[in-house]
Design a protein around this ligand. Structure first.
Ligand code: HPA
Length: 274
């Protein structure tokens, strides 16, 4: 544990030595959703491989850069590309960058992902504000000895996704005339997509979207007391009776198409954060 804290401190110092401001918002961009960085007035780009203790992203569709700069007047630290459990990393490793964000003094985390839509009101390319989640990864980033300096042994999970930020996102979507949903995200380990029986199960337990990321980072963010906003980009549909085939290409293409909407939502939200 001492060890985890000293690793966090080393990474924090490495990043702080390269910037002369204090980021206040952390942003994690999911599959096919990296274009937000074009809107960031970029101060520094640090490849993950340069940062001590940072893992290296192995998925082709994910860039591996930490971007530090300004978005909508706020100082931000953006992860262009994240780490997944299915790549073989432990969840402590997957969530290490969130610990570093907290160590940098960041108290707000914005996360995005590509997800399969399972609600019959959804269309491909829609956005879903994450209102709650179900962890079916079969693992948890907090398993192991707990360091009380980092957070409590048994963190509360009643309001994981900040209600005020969700309300703000709904307001922005209404103003911009954007179709948006709000629902429950369920996470599985992956890397295979779901079988029809698995989709039926996930629908039955009340999930609206399914993916392979986000929940570990969000658990760690809440453990460390950050407020969280999460949004899924619906890249394929598995609604009752219509289960479509899905592939990485389909997911990336749909995410790329929906990206301008996602970018606009995050840009506006960050600008209006208090
Ligand atoms: N299942 C799991 N993960 C996903 C999906 C899906 O259908 N679409 C995008 N990521």
């Amino acid at each position: 544990m001492e060890n985890l804290r000293s690793k966090i401190q080393e990474s924090v110092r490495f990043i702080q030595d390269r910037i002369d401001f204090q980021p206040e918002v952390g942003i994690i961009l999911g599959t096919g959703l990296g274009a937000l960085v074009d809107d960031v007035e970029c101060d520094r780009v640090i490849p993950y491989q340069d940062i001590p203790h940072f893992p290296i992203s192995t998925v082709e569709s994910h860039h591996g850069n930490l971007i530090l700069g300004e978005l909508s007047g706020k100082k931000v630290m953006v992860m262009q590309g994240r780490f997944h459990y299915y790549e073989g990393y432990s969840l402590v490793t997957v969530t290490f960058p969130v610990r570093v964000m907290k160590g940098m003094g960041i108290n707000t985390l914005v996360v995005s992902n590509a997800a399969g839509g399972m609600n019959r009101n959804m269309k491909r390319g829609d956005l879903m504000i994450i209102a709650d989640h179900i962890n079916l990864m079969g693992n948890n980033p907090l398993i192991g000895p707990n360091d009380p300096e980092l957070g409590p042994r048994f963190p509360d999970m009643m309001k994981v996704y900040d209600p005020e930020l969700r309300e703000l996102a709904l307001t922005i979507a209404t103003e911009k005339g954007m179709r948006i949903h709000q629902g429950t995200y369920v996470v599985l380990a992956g890397p295979n997509f779901e079988t029809p029986a698995e989709y039926r199960f996930l629908i039955a337990i009340g999930a609206d979207a399914v993916g392979m990321s986000t929940v570990p980072e969000v658990i760690v963010a809440r453990h460390s007391g950050m407020r969280v906003f999460g949004v899924s980009c619906i890249t394929d549909l598995a609604v009752d009776g219509v289960i479509e085939e899905v592939s990485e290409q389909i997911v990336i293409q749909a995410a790329n198409e929906a990206e301008p909407k996602l970018t606009m939502l995050i840009r506006e939200l960050v600008g209006r954060l208090k």
